[in-house]
Design a binder for this molecule. Structure first.
Ligand code: MLT
Length: 405
């Protein structure tokens, strides 16, 4: 069978009808049980859930070949016959192991549907599990439709969810080390709308829109609650998620961010930057911003990180830059929210961060009941990239100490 192992199933008396027969309904259940068992031994029974799809049966036909009785052990082999863009046709054969007699065959057609019950594209991991194209390689992005836009998302691992929200003007690759190495958590690192490989509509950017996109992404991934990690603008979005989607939080990690809103000078700075983005494009924004984003030590000793961040900023679509700048300029003050944060919280700041400096992080951490604060030596505003192992370690330690969800 393509992708799934053979499964042996014993027929029990309760599988049979009043006449002791395995009837059509019972065969449907036996074949289904074999599929779930096969998934459990391979990609996991949450294969569909974690990919945000459900295999809906569109057609199923049973062919009886020989009688089977309670106590018989059937070997169920499954073979994928057709793998379409959103459909999967499979044949399952039940063979009695004692005499190798074929007792029944099932021909079944599935269509992948989304939350709205609409046919949707087969995610690469699902296709791979059934022998199709290879699953998302580590780092390969899967696109998720969250309503108005499609977000590109790097999702890895199993366990409770860790949602990693990047800052401005960056993308999911800011979290490359954390996504690759935080074990026993399902790491979800999206590109926000207007960033990286996600859709970049011309208008429609605000903290509430970003927050709602992410809540819908969690819905699509069937994640009820997550530890939400936000860097800088990602932190502003995390505050907005707290306002709008409080029930989705298992915990909160605020990295290189602040709670207060822009003052008049910063607002003017946002407008100037919008002007620069519109007139000279993303490369000019990268030249202007990158020296502020990275710490002194990184600029002196990690030229590859400097180049990586420049490239990341330079590939941000201009509508995404303009939209995010406007959203940050107009964001509400979140200071009054801090005292009411009642989920475990960690505040992390690069010791050389000049955009959201350690002094701001200290004030913020002090205002959040029982928040811990960690400063990362040698890192600036993009601590997860500049000092990846230190940031991963402090996040992992925080996650370890959380009550098990
Ligand atoms: C960010 O890293 O998201 C931005 O620097 C935040 C800001 O400019 O306020």
């Amino acid at each position: 069978m393509s992708g799934l192992p053979s499964i042996e199933i014993t027929i029990y008396p309760y599988d049979c009808d009043a006449y002791g027969h395995v009837n059509q309904a019972a065969y449907l259940l036996l074949f289904e049980r074999a599929r779930w068992d096969a998934l459990a031994r391979g990609p996991g029974q949450d294969l569909f859930r974690r990919n945000g799809v459900w295999p809906a049966v569109r057609r199923a036909t049973i062919d009886y070949q020989a009688a089977a009785y309670p106590g018989d052990v059937l070997r169920i082999d499954s073979e994928v016959q057709k793998l379409g863009g959103s459909s999967l046709e499979m044949r399952q054969r039940a063979t009695r192991v004692t005499d190798e007699a074929l007792v029944a065959e099932l021909q079944i057609l599935f269509v992948m549907i989304n939350d709205a019950g609409k046919p949707t594209a087969m995610p690469p991991e699902v296709a791979a599990a059934f022998g199709g194209r290879p699953s998302a390689r580590p780092g390969e992005l899967v696109r998720h439709d969250v309503g108005e836009v499609t977000l590109a998302v790097d999702t890895r691992g199993d366990g409770p969810a860790l949602l990693l929200i990047h800052g401005f003007p960056l993308d999911h690759s800011l979290w490359a080390h954390q996504v690759a190495t935080v074990a026993r958590w399902r790491r979800i690192a999206p590109d926000l709308r207007g960033a990286g490989a996600s859709d970049a509509p011309a208008t429609g950017y605000s903290m509430s829109v970003y927050a709602d996109d992410l809540a819908r992404l969690l819905d699509r991934l069937h994640v009820e609650r997550a530890v939400v990690v936000g860097l800088s603008m990602g932190g502003y979005i995390a505050f907005e998620m707290l306002r709008r989607h409080r029930q989705r939080f298992l915990g909160l990690v605020l990295v290189d961010t602040r709670a207060d809103a822009d003052g008049p000078e910063q607002r003017k700075g946002r407008d100037d930057m919008i002007e620069l983005a519109r007139s000279k494009g993303a490369t000019a924004v990268a030249e202007r911003l990158v020296p502020r984003l990275l710490g002194r030590s990184t600029q002196q000793t990690q030229p590859d990180i400097v180049e990586q961040v420049k490239a990341m900023v330079a590939r941000t679509p201009v509508p995404g830059l303009v939209g995010a700048l406007g959203a940050m300029r107009d964001r509400p003050d979140s200071t009054s929210l801090l005292a009411g944060i009642d989920v475990p919280t960690l505040v992390v700041v690069g010791a050389e961060d000049e955009v959201t400096p350690p002094s701001a992080a200290r004030v913020m951490a002090a205002a959040i009941p029982s928040a811990a604060l960690t400063a990362i030596p040698g890192a600036g505003h993009l601590a997860p990239l500049e000092a990846p192992t230190s940031v991963t370690r402090v996040i992992a330690e925080f996650l370890e100490a959380l009550p098990k969800p």
